[in-house]
Design a binder for this molecule. Sequence first.
Ligand code: ADP
Length: 346
Amino acid sequence: MSGLVIREIHKTYGPVPALSNISLDVENGKFLCLLGPSGCGKSTLLRIIAGLDDASKGQILLDGRDITKVPTHQRNFGMVFQSLALFPHLSVGENIAFALSIRGASREVQKREVERLLELMHLPGIAERSILQLSGGQRQRVAIARALALKPKLFLLDEPMSALDAKLREAMQVELKRLQQELGITTLLVTHDQKEAMTTADLVVLMSGGVIQQVAPPLEMYRKPANAFVAQFIGATNLIGARSLGGGRVEVAGGTVGIEQAPPPGPFTFSVRPEDLHLQDNESSSSLAGRIAFTRHLGASIEVNVAVDGMDKDLVVAVPAREESSLSIGRPVHVHVNGATCVVLR
Ligand code: ADP
C-alpha cells in the first residue's frame, strides 16, 4: 500500500510497556491526530515513526518500503516539537534555510525557498529578522516553514501549539489545516486536546495506556464511540447503566425507554450526548422523570443537570439558550431519550 503503514509496534521502557501492538494505515495526503491523555504513548509513537526512538518490536513501511531501521536524517520527514528548537543566533531566513544549506543548496536556491515558505506562512519580508524579535505565533510559523523546507514526505508535529494562548492556538490550528490541504502533505499531529484533534484531523487515533482505542474520522468518533473511554474523552456524554428487557425496551432507574439497538435481555451501558436528550412537560413512551437540579450557561446552549428519580447521577441535557425561562431549579421535567442517538457500549 502507498502511504504510511505501522505494523504491530511494541515499545517497553524497562519492564513498562509504553506501546502495545500498534497497527495503523495512513493514506498519503491525510491529516492524522494522535490523541489521548498524558502518558498514553502518543509522543513515543511519533518518535518511533520519526526514527528518534527504536521500537522493541514491529515494522514501519512508507510507500511499501521498510524504513524501520532507516536513520532519522535519511527519512526526510519534517518535524516540529513543542520547544520549536529554533536557533536563536540565526536569522529567520537562516533558520528556514538551515537544512538546505547543510545539503549544499546554492545561496540563490536557499533565498528563493525562504521567500516561498515565508509567503506560504503569511510572513513575507522578515527573512533578515532575528528570531528573538518574533512573537510566539510568528516563531511557530517559522518552525513550520523550517520543517517544510526539504519538501518532506511526512510532516510530524508534537504538541507544537500547547505554549500558545487559546486565541492564537485556534488561529494556528486553522492555519495548519489550510497549509496541509494546500500542500497535500501527510501530517501526524500529537495532541492531548480533543478539540484540536476534532477541528484539524481527517482521522483521529485515540490512545490510552499505550493501546489504540479507536481510529475514526472526528464526527464518527463523536457519534459512534467504540467504548466508554472514547465516549467520555471526546466531548461530553451521559454514560447510563441500564437493563435490556428485549424487543428494544430498556429499563433505566425504574423508568423505561426505547433503544432499538439494545442487546439481548440483561444489564448493559449506553452513551447519549447532552444535545440528544430533550426536556418535555409530559411523560412519553421513552422518557425519564426528574427535576432540574442545576444549570450552567455555555453561550449558545445551557447545560441542564436533571436529577432523575432512582438514578445515582444527574443526566446532563443541552438546552438552547432561548429556552432559559423554562429552566427554574426544582421544576419537575421529563427527559426524552431518542433511542436512535444512543450508543450501546461493550
Ligand atoms: P504521551 O506523549 O502520550 O504523553 P509518552 O509517549 O511520552 O506519552 O510516554 C508513554 C509512557 O512511556 C509513559 O508512561 C512515560 O512515562 C513512558 N516513557 C516515555 N519516555 C520514556 C523514557 N525515555 N524512559 C522511560 N519511560 C518513558
